[in-house]
Design a protein around this ligand. Structure first.
Ligand code: GLU
Length: 479
């Protein structure tokens, strides 16, 4: 890549809780920035006040901190381009909108919603394919290109509502190389005259995004595929603003898909039991609650490794990779063009691996809140760690100790009825016989009990599991 100093940014809009797809974008930005000792900026794109969701920004910051994605500048840490919240930078965008108007690249439009609707109806009747405000239809509308100068002046002075629209050039080629998808070619006739400044005086995403990426000297824009269709407009904006030479490079990441290959929307994810958020989220409006990875007990390193591979591979067999390995190996060129299907089984196997990597003390600390939530009293730290040593090979989640190892702390009061159903009467008879024999057993040390059990199994000439499974259920309550 041509840039000596890479500058990346993650630019979420606080329109909802950070979902796993956004987190993957943030991760890829982080990996590349780290690999190249570049800058990583967290910018909040909150110019759409109507879609603002309370708590969304905090959620984003919590999520990136959870994965340990260190940023070098951003809304949460400040930096040379402060403020990093677009709603606090409006003057900047106003100035550039004015520049575009002054240089004939943008214009004021006064059309009412009814007039816009009427335009669409007429274009539909006339069977026009692009039913938008564009280089053809703009000349039939109420704007500073069609109204007399004096009237425009008067309308602006009177405080009448208006928007600023981009005057998309009629015949221009738009070419750029996407790092994931290769060379892209668009034509300006397919781009409509997008609004740059809305009726409320705030910029739209397009203007603010381009101005900020330029202003913050961003060299690489990594974002979801859903933004690919906006890129031609952005290229035209860079051109009109005289910034095409230093325009960032683009990489549009393929969508995350459900196991059946559909877009992983909240609804679709829910259908397959796939959590979509890093933390629990309660939706104020619908009252719905969503369970998040962290709250479900997933470790950040497992989620990081897993989502890194959702749409990228290192080209080697090895899939379990540490943060350092991911930083070293990651490349945009190895990102897949096709969408990535979510596979919870694989994630769980990563989770199991990473949980077992943790030290006994760590596992004890992670398990503790789950034990406490079950009302289990922990006799001592030492005892807790002993149980961890016994159980770690059976654990996938830190909650597993409380779930299937509770008997190590308290006498079981119930047992898994389903497991009980599996035994034959002969197994029950054997178990009772062994129990009676234990009644006269003098030495209750592990080795002695084990020897007694083995002798019993040999004497009865029965399989080990036939007695062991019921014995375990009888003692512990779990299969
Ligand atoms: N604010 C956009 C979003 O919410 C950012 C798109 C981009 O990175 O340009 O996804």
């Amino acid at each position: 890549m041509a840039h000596s100093h890479m500058v990346l940014r993650y630019a979420p809009s606080p329109t909802g809780p950070q979902h796993i797809g956004g987190l993957r974008t943030a991760l890829y930005c982080y990996l590349l920035a780290k690999q190249n000792h570049g800058e990583l900026i967290l910018r909040i794109e909150d110019t759409d006040q109507a879609r603002f969701v309370e708590g969304a920004e905090e959620f984003i910051i919590r999520a990136i901190n959870w994965l340990g994605l260190e940023f070098t500048q951003g809304v949460h840490i400040g930096g040379p381009h402060s403020p990093y919240r677009q709603s606090e930078r409006s003057d900047l965008y106003q100035n550039y909108a004015q520049f575009l108007v002054d240089h004939g690249h943008a214009y004021y439009a006064f059309d009412t919603p009814e007039e816009l609707e009427q335009m669409r109806e007429e274009l539909t009747k006339a069977k026009v394919e692009h039913r938008t405000y564009n280089y053809v239809s703009r000349m039939a509308m109420k704007n500073s290109l069609t109204l007399p100068k004096a009237e425009v002046k008067e309308r602006l002075a009177s405080g009448a509502p208006y928007v600023v629209r981009f005057k998309v050039p009629k015949k221009e080629d738009i070419r750029f190389v996407d790092h994931v998808r290769g060379p892209m070619h668009f034509h300006s006739s397919a781009v409509d005259d997008k609004v740059l400044i809305k009726g409320d005086g705030l910029p739209t995403y397009h203007l603010a995004n381009v101005v900020d990426d330029h202003y913050m000297q961003v060299t690489h824009v990594i974002r979801g595929e859903e933004w690919l269709s906006s890129t031609p407009l952005h290229v035209l904006l860079y051109r009109a603003l005289g910034w095409e030479e230093s325009m960032p490079e683009f990489a549009h990441l393929a969508l995350l898909l459900s196991p059946e290959g559909r877009k992983l929307s909240k609804r679709e994810a829910d259908k397959f039991g796939i959590p979509i958020f890093p933390f629990n989220w309660w939706d104020r409006e619908s009252g719905q609650t969503w369970e998040g990875y962290s709250d479900l007990g997933y470790l950040p390193e497992a989620v990081m490794n897993y989502i890194a591979l959702l749409g990228w591979n290192s080209g080697q067999e090895q899939e379990l990779m540490t943060r350092e390995e991911l930083i070293k190996e990651f490349s945009l060129e190895r990102c897949h063009k096709a969408g990535a299907r979510f596979d919870m089984k694989k994630l769980d196997s990563f989770q199991q691996h990473y949980l077992r990597q943790r030290s006994d003390a760590d596992l004890a600390a992670l398990s503790k809140p789950f034990l406490e939530a079950e009302g289990i009293t922990i006799p001592s730290q030492e005892y807790l760690e002993t149980t961890v040593v016994l159980m770690r090979e059976r654990m996938t989640f830190a909650s597993d100790l409380a779930r299937s190892g509770a008997y190590l702390f308290r006498r079981p009061t119930e047992y898994e009825a389903k497991a009980r159903k599996k035994w034959k009467a002969s197994a029950v008879a054997l178990l009772i016989e062994f129990k009676d024999r234990l009644g006269t057993h003098a030495n209750w040390e592990t080795a002695s009990l084990k020897a007694a059990f083995e002798a019993f199994v040999i004497e009865k000439n029965t399989g080990f599991g036939k007695v062991m499974a019921p014995l375990r259920l009888a003692l512990t309550g779990v299969a």
